[in-house]
Design a protein around this ligand. Structure first.
Ligand code: SF4
Length: 143
């Protein structure tokens, strides 16, 4: 993170419930203990490098950020509170299609104003080939 001109922040949450066959992202299976350590190190890194710049866009991607449970999301959002956020903040959170209503409400109540869902196909066979863990029905239900 450069000292000047930082307006955008990307935070990577590299945990997934299932590993898709085509994926080149930095990711690993969800593990509660590693999530705790990761969030601890994330906080340390931001404390060390962030110089109170005004943040206009914030993107939480992965991995699967929506895999975090409510307690882990609270920890993540307490870390995000360290940022000086613009009143016009664009705040995106990447979600899996099996995200719960409780988590969606939490995101809505905590300044998230943009969601990103990964829908690779509506075709059952292709979804199976890609090792995606959702159905065509999930796409319509969740979105
Ligand atoms: S859910 Fe996303 S990050 Fe995780 S393995 Fe699939 S494509 Fe990769």
């Amino acid at each position: 993170m450069e000292k000047e001109n930082v307006k955008s922040v990307y935070i990577h949450i590299p945990f997934c419930e299932q590993i898709c066959s085509y994926c080149d992202f930095c990711k690993m299976y969800y593990d509660k203990n590693i999530v705790n350590k990761y969030l601890y190190e994330l906080k340390k890194e931001i404390k060390k490098r962030y110089k109170n710049e005004l943040i206009e866009t914030l993107y939480i991607g992965g991995g699967t950020p929506s895999i975090l449970n409510i307690s882990e999301l609270k920890t993540l959002f307490s870390i995000i509170d360290m940022f000086n956020l613009s009143s016009n903040l664009e705040f995106t959170f990447e979600c899996n299609l099996n995200i719960t209503k409780e988590k969606l409400e939490f995101l809505y109540q905590n300044k998230v104003n943009r969601l990103s869902f990964g829908v690779q196909s509506f075709n059952k066979k292709i979804l199976k080939f890609l090792n995606r863990n959702h159905t065509k029905k999930d796409i319509f239900n969740t979105i």
